[in-house]
Design a protein around this ligand. Sequence first.
Ligand SMILES: Cc1cc2nc3c(=O)[nH]c(=O)nc-3n(C[C@H](O)[C@H](O)[C@H](O)COP(=O)(O)OP(=O)(O)OC[C@H]3O[C@@H](n4cnc5c(N)ncnc54)[C@H](O)[C@@H]3O)c2cc1C
Length: 548
Amino acid sequence: MTDVTPGPRPVDETDLPVVDFHPYRWGDPSHFVTLSERITGALGLVGITTSERPPTPLGELVPPDTGLTAELLDSLREAVGDGSVSTEHDDRTAHANGWSTPDLLRLRGNALVDAPDAVVRPADEAGVESVLRWCGEQRVAVVPFGGGTSVVGGLTAERDGFTGVIALDLAALDRLLDVDAESRILTFEAGTRGPRAEELAAEHGFTIGHFPQSYAGATIGGYAAARSAGQSSAGYGRFDEMVVGLTLVTPRGTIEIGNAPRSAAGPDWRQIVLGSEGAFGVITRVRVRVRPLPETRVFEGWRFADFAAGAAALRRLAQDGPRPTVLRLSDEIETLVNLADPNESLEENPGGCLAIVGFEGTAADVAARREAVTTILRDLGGEELGTAPGEAWREGRFNAPYLRDPLLENGVLIETLETATFWSRLTEVRDAVNTALTTALGDQGTPCIPMCHISHVYETGASLYFTVAAAQAEDPVAQWAVAKTAVNETLLRIGAAPSHHHGIGVDHQGVYTEQLGTLAVEALQAIKQTLDPSGVVNPGILLPRAGH
Ligand SMILES: Cc1cc2nc3c(=O)[nH]c(=O)nc-3n(C[C@H](O)[C@H](O)[C@H](O)COP(=O)(O)OP(=O)(O)OC[C@H]3O[C@@H](n4cnc5c(N)ncnc54)[C@H](O)[C@@H]3O)c2cc1C
């Protein structure tokens, strides 16, 4: 390992500790929150009243008995070597689902039908290799488990036709294996969680610059497997753009990918593994391009008269530069609900759309980009709100998921979804998704607030991220399924991406496979068949099972 002198380490939100999550309450238990009057007031304005929906206490969440015999469990223990195999209720419950709202509602309502039969924690890559071999031989389905933050059903593999299902938890693979400071490449084991990876990078003067909202829980391998995008993607890029190389362990052997920054050696295997969501095997190592830790960071707020004006300003910066590090725009409703100034009452809120514009880098680079961006945004009708809204956003950027738990406990259905499209179709897609949500939920007698923001920008287009809140119906899982189906059908009809960064899992499989077409799906299934002939790795995730 080539070491370098550590650079400055800014003390900020990247110092989040790595903590164990509660099975159905997000994040660090010391940060759990209750509903503020501002939130209940905003919900009340659109007719969403709150009512108590207490969750099933943890101790009462009991998964079905493990389906693996004592003999099979013994041979699994032998295969995993130095790692561990657990059939404890709590462990299996914590690996039963991801973190979509339906996942949480099912757990909270004690509908634990699909907990894995065992949780296996290999100590290293060799352990992963032998567990996958064992699964292939024994026809036991295996779910690669990073941080478990999937919001698309990526952890609920099909059990049908298998001897059992195990969760392969990669938590022990959390080391920084190599530092190539000259090339600015770090090699991480796949189970390294976001804050730990950032801490390890900082010890060498670098930042990965990848800050998804799930940062506290998600892992390097999960970022690659699900093509994650972080909140600073305008400056640092999406995670798939940062990946220089990967190691993929399959039931048939191991594949090493990426030995140069770019290559003309045929199709790029990185692109086959990125976004494969465990369907082709387990990513055990990721080589990531990193950048020097920023000397300076400045975040500011801008107000635009409406969403169209704000979107035009973001497009101008995304296409012609200079690019801020963070660039996002809330629509009118999201701006109203979040309030640009937390001291303003709802009545005082001047409306419009809030953009967050952030800069990170050297002092000179930040000053130059900020000055140029200020001139452009002023010319395009933006109103400068100063650094207060920007810094408030930066400080609270990982807090929103904490709010979901008290909302669910107070009878509010709250969920997010996202897509991407070209600039020329942005308004059409936003309107179509909003209509699908309001119609599908309104038809069930539950008025909703659909909020939207532009979360990631590109030269040719952007991603649209929707948050929707409604009163919970008697069966909120069924209620949301109707809305989600309506949105999926809309995305299929209008030809927008099934997902920009959450991935496919099972929730988006219909739109994904319809858009790809039979030939392309069969080609992907053929790759899976070659790497995983028994079909044991994440069956039914990403791709439908051939012949099922
Ligand atoms: C509150 C919240 C906020 C979120 N915000 C964002 C966001 O801002 N940006 C964003 O991109 N996503 C976001 N997500 C979604 C999620 O965090 C990402 O998809 C993330 O990349 C998943 O990482 P993970 O380690 O938790 O993976 P997991 O959830 O454990 O796994 C995701 C999928 O990949 C597979 N998998 C996991 N690790 C591996 C591996 N090493 N090899 C092969 N397959 C593997 C799993 O089987 C599963 O199918 C959010 C989720 C939540 C709950």
